[in-house]
Design a protein around this ligand. Structure first.
Ligand SMILES: Cc1cc2nc3c(=O)[nH]c(=O)nc-3n(C[C@H](O)[C@H](O)[C@H](O)COP(=O)(O)O)c2cc1C
Length: 268
């Protein structure tokens, strides 16, 4: 995948498709790419294309992609990371996608995925080519969650502790990887990711939104996986090597943000 910054800046959720089926070539490219998708937790994830499916917020395609995995610790974050790679690759082929974790007949999708008793299928996405004009329902949904807005950089990025916001200017070489996190999609556009930069390490925290219910399937932990994906891909494109770790740094936080993972930058 090339030009990650462009893909991330251009991506938006697509819920209105133009009715065309995917070309065989695009389908094949997508299936080949799926075989290469990894995640930093090294948890196996199985993707499947599902035909003749539907969901209430989507019009103009009946093709979906779902993914399932074993119910293991950190499966939500791993899923978010891996599925976002698929989303960005689909974007590079000119396809539209939208993360769907809530607005679907979950039973129907789990059946189509042949979900085992010890497996989970957190989200799916439709696949197709975006229509020129959004449905009225889609534009209303976007307004409802302020889908075109994001928090400011220094509302979500800090240095050394949660008391000191980091401005874009002060972020230096980390600006773009962190900016790509800021532009990420998140469930109900809640943007729960918070990052604390300490020297060459970036710690990722989850600031859970009020009234956001999370059971075993945790959409906000999936959001965190998406954040890790955007950060790592952008850093890589800039030639910055990163090492993934999960080791709580015990930074004190008034808002009780939950530690998720860290990237250490390998600078020569
Ligand atoms: C984990 C996750 C779950 C989501 N679930 C749904 C959903 O069930 N239905 C829906 O219409 N959009 C869903 N979305 C899409 C978000 O509403 C959307 O990403 C957000 O409003 C930002 O808009 P954008 O993707 O166009 O940038 C989900 C997004 C994420 C990341």
């Amino acid at each position: 995948m090339n030009n990650i910054e462009k893909l991330i800046r251009e991506r938006r959720s697509v819920r209105t498709f133009d009715g065309r089926e995917l070309t065989e070539e695009d389908k094949e490219k997508l299936c080949t790419f799926i075989e290469t998708i990894d995640n930093p937790y090294n948890l196996p994830i199985e993707f499947k294309l599902l035909e003749k499916m539907g969901c209430p917020v989507v019009v103009g395609t009946e093709l979906y992609v779902g993914a399932k995995m074993q119910d293991a610790p950190q499966f939500n974050e791993a899923f978010g990371y891996a599925f976002e790679k698929l989303v960005l690759y689909a974007q590079s082929l000119g396809m539209g996608t939208v993360w769907i974790g809530g607005t679907m007949d979950r039973g129907a999708f789990e059946k189509a995925m042949e979900l085992g008793a010890d497996e989970v299928m957190p989200c799916v996405s439709p696949l197709g080519y975006p229509a020129k004009k959004m449905s009225l329902r889609e534009s209303m949904m976007r307004k409802g969650v302020k889908a075109d807005e994001r928090l400011a950089f220094d509302d979500i990025v800090y240095w050394n502790n949660f008391e000191q916001p980091l401005t874009p200017d002060a972020a230096g070489k980390l600006f773009l990887p962190l900016e790509m996190v800021r532009l990420a999609p998140s469930a109900v556009n809640k943007q729960p990711w918070r990052m604390v930069v300490m020297g060459d390490i970036v710690h990722f925290y989850l600031q859970r939104s009020k009234n956001f219910r999370a059971g075993k399937l945790d959409m906000q932990k999936i959001d965190m996986g998406i954040a890790l994906c955007h950060f790592e891909l952008m850093a890589k494109e800039l030639g910055i090597c990163t090492e993934f770790t999960v080791a709580e740094p015990n930074i004190s936080c008034k808002n009780e943000a939950e530690y998720i993972a860290s990237y250490t930058l390998k600078l020569d």
